[in-house]
Design a protein around this ligand. Structure first.
Ligand code: DGY
Length: 307
C-alpha cells in the first residue's frame, strides 16, 4: 500500500477506489493547505492528488523524497512545476477532455450575460427600478452576425466555436499554429474569448496594447487563467471605455479580494472559477485523477499524462 496525500476532501465516488487500494490521507480543511502545510504533508507521500489551488513547486518536490506520482484534478497544470517533476522522474497527470463542454458552456453563458446585460438587469429589478417596458433601455448586443474571436484553439476554444455557430456568429481564431494573427483578431472581433493555457508566453497577453486594438463596443470573456490578462490594463480599459465590458471566471490572484481595485470597474462580471463546476464534470475529473494515481503507483503509465 502506498501513501497518498489528497489536498482537499473530495466527495466523489472515485475516491473510494483510491482508499481501497492505498493509505490515503485527506487534507481536512475547507481551504487549501498553506505551502508549509503542503510540504509537511507530502514528507511521507508516494502519491499526491493536487488541485489548482496547490502550488506544487520544487520546494514541495524536495520535501517529498518518496513521491512517485502527481495527479492534478484539473486540465491546467500551471500550479505545478512540471519541469522540476520531470527532472526528478515524477510523472504528472491531468484531466483533459472531461471539462471541455462545461467550460465552453460557461464561456458562452458569460458571453450571453455580458451581451444581454443580464446581471445589471437583474440588479435593477431587485432595486425596484423596473418602471415599465422601455423602448431604449437595457439594450444589449446581438450575437447573430457578430464576430467572435477565440484566442487559443484547443479543445475548449473549438467547443466554444461550435456553440457560436449555433448562434449565427462568425468565428475567427488565433493560436500559435493556426488562425489569424492576434492583432487582426482583436481588431475584427465583437467578442473575444480566451482559451490559452497560462505559460510564460501567454502571461499578460491581453495587455494595454491588445485592449487598445479592440473595438470600443467589444466584450471580453476569460475562462482560461487570470494571468493571461493584465488586470491593471483591463481596469483602465473598462473605466476609459476602451472596451465595453468583460466577464472573468478566472482572476489573478484567486480568490480576488473583494476590495481589489479591478472590482470597481464598470461593466465587469466576475464569477469564482466555476468553468468545470458541474456535478458530472467534477466527478469525472476526480475519477481521472484517481486513474492517473492508481496507474502510476502500480508502476504503469498514467492514462492521462501531461505532455
Ligand atoms: C482546470 O481544470 O484547469 C480548470 O481551470 C479548473 O477546473
Amino acid at each position: 500500500m502506498a501513501k497518498v496525500f489528497v489536498t482537499r476532501r473530495l466527495p466523489f465516488p472515485a475516491l473510494d477506489e483510491l482508499r481501497a487500494a492505498h493509505d490515503v490521507e485527506e487534507w481536512p480543511g475547507d481551504l487549501p493547505p498553506s505551502p508549509e502545510e503542503l510540504r509537511a504533508a507530502v514528507a511521507e507521500a508516494d502519491g499526491l492528488l493536487s488541485l489548482i489551488t496547490d502550488r506544487v513547486d520544487a520546494s514541495v518536490l524536495d520535501a517529498a523524497p518518496r513521491l512517485k506520482a502527481i495527479a492534478n484534478m484539473a486540465v491546467g497544470t500551471d500550479n505545478i512545476d512540471v519541469e522540476a517533476a520531470r527532472e526528478r522522474g515524477i510523472p504528472v497527470g491531468n484531466t483533459p477532455d472531461v471539462l471541455t463542454d462545461a467550460t465552453a458552456d460557461l464561456a458562452f453563458a458569460l458571453l450571453l450575460a455580458l451581451a444581454r446585460r443580464i446581471v445589471p438587469g437583474a440588479e435593477k429589478v431587485r432595486r425596484g427600478e423596473w418602471r415599465t417596458w422601455e423602448p431604449a433601455a437595457d439594450l444589449g448586443a446581438d450575437l447573430a452576425g457578430a464576430t467572435l474571436g477565440i484566442v487559443g484553439w484547443g479543445r475548449i476554444g473549438q467547443a466554444v466555436a461550435r456553440r457560436a455557430a449555433g448562434f449565427g456568429m462568425e468565428v475567427v481564431h488565433s493560436s500559435r499554429s493556426s488562425g489569424v494573427p492576434l492583432e487582426e483578431l482583436l481588431e475584427r472581433a465583437d467578442f473575444v474569448s480566451l482559451h490559452t493555457p497560462l505559460t510564460p508566453e501567454t502571461r499578460g497577453l491581453v495587455d494595454a496594447g491588445a485592449l487598445a486594438r479592440m473595438k470600443p463596443t467589444a466584450l471580453l470573456v476569460n475562462t482560461a487563467r487570470g494571468g493571461v490578462i493584465d488586470q491593471d490594463a483591463l481596469r483602465t480599459a473598462l473605466h476609459e471605455g476602451t472596451i465595453a465590458g468583460a466577464a472573468l471566471d478566472v482572476t489573478d490572484p484567486e480568490p480576488i479580494p473583494a476590495d481589489h481595485p479591478l472590482l470597481d470597474a464598470p461593466n465587469l462580471l466576475v464569477v469564482p472559477h466555476v468553468g468545470s463546476a458541474t456535478v458530472r464534470t467534477r466527478a469525472r475529473m476526480a475519477a481521472m485523477a484517481v486513474e492517473n494515481l492508481l496507474a502510476a503507483l502500480d508502476g504503469r503509465e498514467m492514462p492521462h499524462p501531461v505532455a
